[in-house]
Design a protein around this ligand. Sequence first.
Ligand code: F6P
Length: 343
Amino acid sequence: MRVGMLTGGGDCPGLNAVIRAVVRKGEVHFGDQLVGFRDGWRGLVEGRTQPLDVSHCRGILPRGGTILGTSRTNPYKLEGGVGEVLRTVEREGIDALVAIGGEDTLGVAHRLAAEGLSIVGVPKTIDNDLSATEVTFGFHTAVQIATEAIDRLHTTAESHDRVIVCEVMGRHAGWIATYAGIAGGAAEILVPEEPFDVEVICEALKARHAKGRYASIVVVAEGAVPVAGTLEVASAEVDQFGHPRLGGIANVLAPEIERRTGFETRVTILGHVQRGGTPTAFDRVLATRFGIAAIEAVHEGAFDQMVALRADRIVRVPLSDAVSELKTVDGELLHDVAASFFS
Ligand code: F6P
């Protein structure tokens, strides 16, 4: 078979491990010819391909990013975009596509499957907010990076008796904030799922410091929002999928904490450092398992489906499930586990 592959949306540690697994199993086991499409759906719209065989995948397992490039292009938002995708598939003689991406990329894959394309999806996102799979690769790496950063922030915060507000990624779900906050011993964790009241946070910090603690780390997900009317936050520009470009809530929160508590407060925004660099062993293994399962799904004609992890088994679920529901942070984890350390 001639199998096309693309990576869409934000890059994520482990993408190259998926690519390597699909190519290796496809070429060596099934005798496939793989074709890479550049920069997500944009490569299919513009007909830009890249050769992809076992030799191109040597050494990429530990490498972050994606050798195929990525973008947030949505063919459904471009005049004639879908027609171009279908023409590219026809012209390149592609029998099936493996689309690796998050909710947006997989949403497009599902719609294109309805247009007649044979597509298998592979879920990815550092945000871990896809409900169809128990975990996505990239999340573990992002949590590890954020936790190491919080560990470092503790020692400098303690030396200066400061509060440090550490902003992590997480647009709609606070998984990274919750995991890294628990692992790093945060004094407060703020997530998009539950609007925060800055006054309540400040009272908690004052109570904590009154008990003899003079430093606190507040972990805030970039998508966390204040309770309506409590704090002014500027609105952000949106991408082709309608998502706001976030980042910066910590810059609003920190001066407010300093003003209300009198504690010197600093900001650290981790940003893209959470997405870059080498994947953890866990993410390499999960990504490799997903890649192998995806090319097997192609050969079994399991189209309009994606691979997923459930109870440590790789299963197939309809692509529509990938976009139907957001996986938000478990309240028990936040209230029973994380909050036990907030005072
Ligand atoms: O989708 C994953 C993610 O890392 C989000 O956590 C974040 O809001 C977004 O991507 C950032 O996207 P970009 O790199 O396009 O600014």
